[in-house]
Design a protein around this ligand. Structure first.
Ligand SMILES: O=C(CO)COP(=O)(O)O
Length: 249
């Protein structure tokens, strides 16, 4: 199923201080001069969500968080709830990024709970899945990703704004990408799993590709069937890199 409007989301990870908002101003001016034909979002560190929201206010740039706690509030030192991100001006939140699955031991059940918390707070979750290099080399990529989709998507996303992001762990920050055929194979499997899990109501939710998306490969990747956008790490930090990816959508 071809999506009409793609979503290009930038994940700044733990990069960016106040000065990075200059890049947002550059991006904003470029998009005001020539509007994007896709949705554009930036997910900065939590400390910058509010300021980035202010810098982007009135523009087409949406703001997102990079993670949220599944619980609405409580004694969870260092955590941020979905409602707090919403209150700070976010409209989206990434959940289940492989860096959190690996470094913080987050499993599919927790990711599903976070995605549910996000929709309850009226945030659109971007739910991440993806295989490790070991799993791909063992021929298990499709099975692993299918399993993650079946278990990381709560029923609560049905009828809501949400996206799934396929990010092969071995492609993140490495400059390596799967072939276009491999991307298509996994994206088709993700769509099939979404339909099996959630039914036809999930057909409009985009499936983003993430992992070493750059200005020079974005056009080809975004033209692959079932690729409904991109989740961009390193190349989202500078407007000069992010803008060509937006233009390729
Ligand atoms: O993890 C990613 C986005 O969430 C991808 O990061 P890179 O684009 O830097 O490979």
């Amino acid at each position: 199923m071809k999506q009409s409007v793609k979503l290009i989301a930038g994940n700044w990870k733990m990069n960016g201080l106040g000065a990075s908002l200059d890049e947002v101003a550059v991006l904003r001016r470029a998009l005001e001069a020539e509007p994007a034909t896709c949705r554009v979002a930036l997910c900065p560190p939590a400390t910058l969500v509010e300021r980035l929201g202010a810098a982007a206010r009135g523009s087409a740039i949406e703001v997102g968080g990079q993670d949220c706690r599944a619980e609405p509030h409580g004694a969870f030192t260092g955590s941020v709830s979905a409602a707090m991100l919403k209150d700070a001006g976010a409209s989206l939140v990434i959940v289940g990024h492989s860096e959190r699955r690996q470094e913080f031991g987050e499993n599919d059940g927790l990711v599903a709970a976070k995605a549910e918390a996000a929709v309850l707070a009226s945030l659109a979750p971007i739910i991440c899945v993806g295989e490790t290099l070991e799993q791909r080399e063992a021929g298990k990529a499709v099975a692993v990703v299918r399993d993650q989709v079946m278990n990381s998507l709560p029923k609560a996303v049905l009828g809501r704004d949400f996206a799934v992001a396929y990010e092969p762990v071995w492609a993140i920050g490495t400059g390596l990408t799967p072939t276009l055929e491999q991307i298509e194979e996994v994206h088709r499997a993700v769509r099939a799993a979404m339909l099996e899990r959630l039914g036809l109501g999930s057909a409009a939710a985009p499936i983003l590709y993430g992992g070493s998306v750059k200005p020079d490969n974005a056009r080809d990747i975004l033209a692959v069937p079932e690729v409904g956008g991109a989740l961009v790490g390193g190349a989202s930090l500078k407007a000069a890199d992010f803008l060509p990816i937006i233009r390729a959508a």
